[in-house]
Design a protein around this ligand. Structure first.
Ligand code: ZN
Length: 273
């Protein structure tokens, strides 16, 4: 399955080839009190809907820049089409071979990406969060789709969506979070999680509840990263686009598919959603 590219999610999950990393000290975005899946977030999902609303109208020229501003948050990005002088030919070729033909003209490589809180001027340089050797490939689209490609020396965070819908920002941050979280596992744990993910939906492979839980915890760790990094951009007003509740609901919504599989595997009644 080398070279496999897959959608984020348990049914068809991210391929991770990890090895040789030293265990790093715990970065501060991994909070001490881990987020726990909380049933109360599921059911209403009222804030989650706001993440799908457009905070602005965004236009994405093939090469150039886009600025999005709504409420108290601004996003600025610069990009150019793939292939690009900025991307080794091997990576462009690999990537373009693995996406549908009709999409080939529309993928771009992100050159800069920042998020600013216009109320307090706090700024997040998203490109600085991307580890060396990784690139963000972006395609403007009305859908929302994100994944990480790890295949030998090809490391791409792939995102399609419209950043005028903040769910796309959350998806991008979640994938960047996975890359960071992977690096702080010791190699045995990283490999274990990768192996479990491969068979997560294959019910003929026996997995313990603990194994299944590891994948959920891995997801929660990536969400921890999102929550921590986007905290300065959360608007406290009750009806804001980006609230802490919205981020947690997005997480709950994403985790529900993992929980559904655990419930099915363990023969429990699935959580109601
Ligand atoms: Zn994930």
């Amino acid at each position: 399955m080398s070279g496999d590219i897959s959608k984020e999610g348990p049914l068809n999950d991210v391929k991770r080839i990890i090895g040789g990393q030293k265990k790093l000290s715990k970065p501060d975005y991994i909070s001490n009190t881990r987020l726990n899946f909380d049933q109360q977030w599921v059911g209403t999902l009222s804030s989650l809907q706001k993440l799908g609303l457009h905070i602005d109208r965004a236009v994405y020229p093939n090469k150039g820049e886009t600025h999005i501003h709504g409420e108290n948050i601004s996003l600025s990005m610069q990009y150019e089409p793939i292939p690009s002088d900025d991307v080794p030919e091997k990576i462009s070729k690999y990537f373009l071979e693995h996406i549908p033909n009709h999409q080939r003209e529309s993928w771009k490589v992100m050159r800069s990406f920042s998020v600013t809180n216009s109320t307090n001027n706090k700024k997040l340089d998203v490109m600085e969060l991307v580890l060396p050797g990784y690139r963000i490939f972006f395609r403007p689209s009305s859908g929302d789709y994100a994944r990480v490609i790890h295949d030998n020396d090809i490391n791409v965070i792939q995102i399609s969506g419209d950043f005028a819908q903040l769910r796309t920002l959350l998806s991008l941050m979640h994938e960047i979070g996975h890359v960071h979280v992977d690096k702080q596992y010791d190699p045995d744990m990283a490999k274990k999680i990768t192996d479990i993910r491969k068979v997560y939906t294959n019910y003929s492979v026996k997995l313990t509840q603990n194994d299944l839980q590891l994948v959920v915890q891995d997801e929660i760790n990536a969400w921890d990263f999102v929550l921590k990094l986007l905290q300065p951009f959360i608007n406290p007003s009750a009806h804001s686009f980006l609230s802490e509740k919205a981020i947690k609901e997005d997480m709950a919504y994403s985790l529900k598919s993992y929980w559904k599989i655990i419930d099915e595997r363990l023969g429990r009644a699935p959580i109601s959603l």
